[in-house]
Design a protein around this ligand. Structure first.
Ligand code: GLN
Length: 149
């Protein structure tokens, strides 16, 4: 009924997807409109360097190493009832997105590229919701509801 691409380690997950021959089935299911929630490494898997299932490019470990993991309260478009407590663990950010992709949330991000003030950390593309952060680590289920109803 739906697909969760969880956090973890995108290099390892990419090797597993290749070994099990899951690339085409995943691409086909997502292209066919299967409701999908992709978090952190899962979001990386969707990008143009990996499955190519969503028109985004992600920068891995965009906020630094494990020690620079952080938590933040974010306003997420489409999520009612107040801010989302977001846990970023060696998180990626979306550095490019096509016209089919809607930005749902950003965080302030200073100093990585001149003039760039915000990093995209949540997107929607058709039936896909992608987040840089881990909603489940904070007991947050509203992103799951957004993805799966
Ligand atoms: N840094 C990991 C990667 O690049 C993602 C970390 C996570 O999923 N929390 O795959």
């Amino acid at each position: 009924d739906g697909l969760v691409l969880p956090g973890g380690e995108s290099t390892t997950m990419t090797l597993g997807i290749a070994r099990e021959g899951l690339g085409d089935p995943l691409r086909d299911a997502i292209a066919g409109g299967l409701p999908t929630l992709a978090t952190c490494a899962g979001l990386i898997l969707l990008d143009d360097d990996h499955l190519g299932a969503v028109d985004v490019h992600c920068e891995r470990n965009a906020f630094g190493a494990q020690l620079h993991s952080f938590e933040s309260d974010l306003t997420v478009d489409g999520v009612a009832g107040g801010t989302v407590h977001a846990v970023f663990i060696r998180a990626p950010r979306v550095t490019r997105h096509g016209d089919s992709v809607e930005v749902l949330a950003t965080v302030p991000h200073e100093g990585i590229e001149a003039g760039e003030a915000e990093s995209v950390v949540a997107i929607r593309s058709g039936a896909v919701i992608g987040t840089s952060f881990h909603p489940e680590q904070a007991g947050e289920s509203r992103l799951h509801v957004l993805a799966f109803g």
